[in-house]
Design a protein around this ligand. Structure first.
Ligand code: GCB
Length: 867
């Protein structure tokens, strides 16, 4: 909406500028389209910004992602009409090192992939001609640029907007770490009054001259409620700092997640004749945030429990080059879930998103990517310092930002380091502390009204070194019930910490298990990747945090699944701890959070991540969770009422007597209802009635829905007469032993969860199917991995290599299917292998794996009745 301006009080030129904005002389435009990109400067292709060269290869099993150089070039025409203007290029983010050339001459080099940088290019331009911009981008490992190491993919490329900025010789400074050239500070903010001070930097690219500065504050309706004029004399070729203090505003409307009321600050610079030179604006939100080690987080003097998410910026099929509109949908989804806080992890995200947090009412923790370890090089220290300067100065004016951070799990690599001597480790601790102190001081100096933060992993080193007491708020990233111990241990740990360090304010800055929507089980277990385990962990954590007043809050890891190239979770190269999938389809747990956090409108969700094509066996009941923010709900199945239920902790859990075929669940309150239909294949035990296809996930306690074949592989069991199961052998996989069991990237398949669990030492498996002709598919993989290939794991243990050869013959009903199957020898490492055969039987199928050497292994069986 156009602000309502009282023209009478403005100089003529300002009136003209407001009425005819084209009269303003500063201009910033994106130049994102039609860049040429090459990896070798020989073969060029046309691309648009945002762009990354790792959107595909970071998910490719064979290639791994290319970390190295990428070249970009583009021509821009500059007219001599603009010869009195000053030109800048602004790169909003290039990962991770960029060298910019204009017409063949080096203009700048920038290190760090997540903050913006500007370069002034005026003297390098040719007028009335095309000018060549070239950018050499490097995302190879660089010991001087954080992050050195982290659990996310470092996609290379120019992945945020590139802007061409053209300004008159006097303008709001573009030189202060690519900030907007002004910084908003609030003073004496309370319910009764609120003060605003603005520090403004103005660059003069000429000899001494007079200018005029005009600042106004508009309310949300566009009414001007404050204005300040200031005459200036700008020194020759200097940057001037101007401080403007507005008289306090009475009875201000405060900003909060529930009422994100925003004022607007508008800044106008004009020359001595009143001609407008430059304009800027910013959101203003009156709020003050504090933390208390006993009572938690306070906003505007009121306690509020911070409950929200961490967010990574990448997105399925886009890498980090995600269109901004798609990214904005994330923020809406997060708000819709009822969250009141986002930790933008582990680096600054697009500025547009912070602006959206201002508007929607979400508190923000933002940080720079100093993750897992540091080095003691001078350059690393300098780059870290510059990065935090850029970060704070570029993100300072968003009222949603209340927390500035600078390190995550900075002792992670040290804790796992088995090579360095004690002396070397001590030296690294000292270096890390030195950098932490330096950055803490810098952050407090640059952002004196913000809360400083840092996050650590489960290790005493954060206490021993005292690093946890540097920031005003310390975040623990805790994975009890995943990498460590049990879900219930969270509260105990936090209580102990609180007791030992009563002056320290705490946040649970990360938590959560991996979860794959294709995996479900009645008996959720650690590391099974089931959505049921995800529900169990999050629901318990929420309870444990909300019942502890000293905890400021919790931010789930992670809002969405994200790319982490070296990982082999149930989907390889993806960290699956998201509340929503990589393409942002919500997992059930997202809706559970909504049911406990958002009470604005009645809400019901039937948790059905895993119900697609479900197979159930005879009388089996399956527990279904229903999520709602209502107190009571009525539930019916296939038109028959199952009764009324009390909702506790947002949940009603019901063992559902599903029938074979389509089932419809209806959940209702007085004036609101929700319905879902699902397909169940109920197979009757002991006679295989309703049986057409039957899949078993060998060695697993969970169901796996295989989308490509549209079938659910049921959990394994010991043989029961007339039914199916193993006669010997033992489960080997994710849940048997943490290290053995960590999921690995299995090649040649998308059905990892089927392969990742298996039976070892099984020589006989029986299915008592009726007479018929069957197609039988057997799934195999050699499960042992070398310790060096062990994936990212926060536990202290390592796996041992005991790679032994296994050779076995495969028979079905005494018919030889495969002689001397030797998976390790005949196939590449961790390669999914299937064997298929048609077998006619009078009664039953008996699979025999006759060992010649070592213990036989098998991952799955799928049988299809042909007639
Ligand atoms: C952590 C890290 C985060 C990882 C996460 C995980 O503690 O801070 O970067 O992605 O654990 O999933 O292991």
């Amino acid at each position: 909406m156009m602000p309502h301006i009282k023209y009478k009080t403005l100089p003529l030129s300002l009136i003209l500028c407001v009425a005819f904005p084209f009269l303003c002389f500063s201009l910033s435009k994106t130049i994102n389209s039609g860049w040429q990109y090459s990896e070798d400067k020989t073969h060029w292709q046309t691309v648009n910004i945002p762009h990354t060269w790792n959107d595909k290869d970071a998910f490719d099993d064979e290639s791994g992602y290319r970390r190295g150089l990428g070249y970009y070039k583009k021509q821009i025409y500059v007219s001599s009409q603009d010869k009195d203007q000053i030109f800048y290029l602004k790169f909003n983010a290039v990962n991770q090192e960029a060298t910019v050339f204009i017409n063949g001459k080096k203009a700048t080099n920038h290190k760090g992939g997540y903050t913006a940088f500007n370069v002034e290019i005026t003297s390098l331009l040719n007028f009335d001609a095309y000018n060549l911009i070239e950018v050499e981008v490097d995302n190879s490992h660089n010991d001087n640029i954080p992050p050195l190491d982290a659990d996310f993919t470092f996609y290379g490329g120019i992945y945020r907007d590139v802007e061409l900025i053209k300004v008159p010789k006097q303008h709001f400074s573009l030189k202060d770490f690519a900030s907007d050239g002004f910084y908003v500070n609030y003073y004496n903010v309370s319910n009764d009054k609120a003060g605003v001070k603005v520090d403004i930097l103005i660059d003069n690219f000429e000899i001494k001259t007079d200018a005029h500065l005009y600042l106004e504050i508009l309310d949300a309706e566009g009414n001007r409620i404050r204005e300040e004029h200031q005459g200036l004399t700008l020194k020759s070729y200097k940057t001037e700092t101007v401080k403007v203090t507005f008289p306090k505003i009475k009875n201000p409307k405060l900003w909060s997640p529930d009422h994100p009321y925003l004022y607007k600050l508008q800044l106008t610079l004009s020359d001595k004749n009143g001609t407008i030179l430059d304009q800027k604006q910013s959101n203003l939100g009156f709020r003050w945030a504090t933390v208390d080690p006993e009572k938690g987080f306070f906003l505007n003097g009121k306690p509020i429990k911070l409950i929200g998410v961490n967010r990574h910026q990448d997105y399925k099929d886009y890498g980090n080059a995600v269109p901004i509109d798609l990214q904005k949908q994330d923020i809406h989804l997060i708000k819709n879930m009822g969250a009141n806080v986002i930790r933008f992890a582990h680096y600054p995200h697009s500025r547009e998103l912070y602006k959206l947090c201002d508007e929607l009412g979400i508190l923000v923790w933002t940080e720079i990517p100093i993750v897992n370890k540091v080095t003691d090089s001078k350059t690393f220290f300098e780059v870290s310092d510059t990065m935090q300067n850029e970060h704070i100065k570029q993100y300072y004016n968003y009222p949603s930002v209340v927390m500035f951070g600078y390190m995550n799990e900075i002792f992670l690599r040290l804790a796992f380091d088995r090579k360095s001597s004690d002396k070397e480790k001590e030296a690294l601790k000292t270096t890390t502390l030195k950098l932490a102190n330096q950055l803490e001081d810098l952050t407090r100096k640059l952002a004196p009204n913000h809360i400083t933060v840092m996050a650590g992993h489960l290790n005493e080193v954060y206490n021993d070194t005292g690093i946890a007491d540097l920031p005003m708020l310390f975040g623990w990233n805790l994975y009890f019930g995943w990498y460590d111990a049990q879900i219930e241990d969270l509260g105990k740990f936090l209580d102990q910490q609180h007791q030992r360090f009563p002056k320290r304010s705490l946040l649970l800055s990360e938590y959560g298990p991996g979860a794959d929507v294709r995996i479900f089980t009645k008996t959720p277990k650690k590391f099974d990747f089931s959505t049921n385990y995800q529900a169990k962990l999050h629901q318990s954590y929420y309870k444990q945090i909300t019942e502890r007043p000293f905890m400021t809050g919790m931010t789930a890891w992670n809002f969405a699944d994200f790319g982490s190239e070296f990982r082999g979770d149930a989907i390889p190269h993806v960290n699956q701890k998201g509340l929503v999938q990589y393409d942002r389809t919500p997992k059930d747990i997202y809706y559970w959070y909504k049911s406990v956090l958002d009470d604005k409108k009645p809400f019901i969700n039937i948790a059905t991540d895993y119900l697609e094509g479900m197979t159930l066996i005879e009388e089996e009941l399956f527990p279904i969770q229903i999520y709602s923010n209502q107190n009571d709900v009525n539930v019916s199945l296939n038109g028959k009422s199952l009764g009324g239920f009390k909702v506790k902790n947002g949940i009603v859990s019901i063992d559902m007597p599903f029938k074979n075929g389509n089932n419809s669940i209806r959940v209702s309150t007085e004036n609101f209802s929700e319905e879902k239909t699902m397909q169940v294949n109920r197979i009757e035990a002991f006679d295989f009635k309703n049986f057409k296809r039957f899949g078993i996930n060998l060695g697993a306690h969970f169901n796996f829905y295989d989308e490509a074949q549209n079938i659910t592989f049921v959990p394994d069991q010991e043989y029961k007469k007339g039914w199916f199961g193993y006669k010997d052998g033992s489960a080997y996989g994710m849940t048997k032993d943490k290290n053995q069991g960590l999921p690995h990237n299995i090649k040649n398949t998308d059905e990892e969860p089927l392969f990742q669990t298996l039976l070892e030492g099984c020589t006989k498996y029986q299915l008592d199917v009726p007479e018929g002709n069957y197609n039988i598919k057997l799934y195999f993989v050699e499960p042992q991995i070398k310790p060096t290939e062990n994936i990212y794991n926060l536990s202290e243990e390592t796996s041992e290599s005991n790679k032994t050869q296994r050779i076995f013959d495969v028979y079905i009903n005494d018919i030889l299917i495969e002689k001397q199957l030797n998976l390790a020898q005949a196939y590449p490492e961790k390669y999914g292998v299937t064997l298929q055969a048609n077998i006619q039987t009078k009664k039953g199928l008996t699979l025999k794996l006759n060992a010649i050497e070592g213990l036989p292994v098998i991952s799955g069986i799928l049988i299809e009745k042909l007639d």
